[in-house]
Design a binder for this molecule. Sequence first.
Ligand code: PBG
Length: 325
Amino acid sequence: MKILPENRLRRLRINPTIRSLVRETSYCISDLIYPIFVDETISEPREIASMPGVIAYPLEMIAEETASLQDLGINAILLFGIPAHKDEQGSGAWVKDGIVQKATRAIKEISNMTVITDLCLCEYTSHGHCGVLAGEIVDNDPTIELYAQTAVSQAAAGADMVAPSGMMDGQVAAMRTALDDNGFLNTPIMAYSAKYASAFYGPFREAADSTPSFGDRRTHQMDPANLREAFREMEADLREGADILMVKPAMPYLDVIREARVRYEVPIAAYQVSGEYAMIVAAAQNGWLDRQRAIQESIMAIKRAGADMIITYFAKEIAEGINEL
Ligand code: PBG
């Protein structure tokens, strides 16, 4: 006797329209945030060698570039600054005429792009660490005071949301208090809560000129081996007033995204980082992966895991429509 399959799951996969009717996950441009670099040391756009297609812009061009992103349908950027001047403390991060402050004002003058400012000191310190040093490690408590000052300065320049990425303890509370005290009650904080000490940030450090001159970031970023600890970080950030929790990197940490989604009611962001971008681009350049399909699948996987919003260097390419489903 011929044995028939008990259930023919393939029935719903044959017709493409039916396939899309039963599709469980989707994403659109309004879920995406585009990271962008403004560099005070250049006068011409600079392509990041380890991130082909990603460009750092001089201050004079950043507003125009963001306006054209908006024409493509991208309405939120994550802004990183590379200052001309670095010092021990990273003062370029909070001065009124810092690169991020100037760029934010310029962008806001000609568009209504939503500007999320990354908030860390590693691009601004002469040693490339995320805060002031006590010996060889970052000194937590004086550093969060500087983060608080930076948050106020970024908000005063017009930032719509601030995103602390330094992984200092108490950073969210310090920033929330300072923002509130200065009248920025409605400026949300997107906390890089579960930020792992990852090899996948390599290309970014070339882009942002933020490689530590000695040591690494393992005394503050999380151990890739840990999951439970991520929820201690997230709970601390929630108690301190974070509005959005972020997991970073994305693809190697889909389990963290998923469980965060299940545990918390707040929006979850995921950051598909520079190394994740570089891997796909390099493999595609070698003809080893289909670029469009790999991009789509990676974004879909991050969304499926539970991210509400995704920070990705592919946002522009997706918006350009190369990546339509
Ligand atoms: C810190 C910061 C980093 C990234 C975002 N914010 C670098 C780091 O922690 O060393 C990495 C982003 C990426 O790799 O795309 N300012």
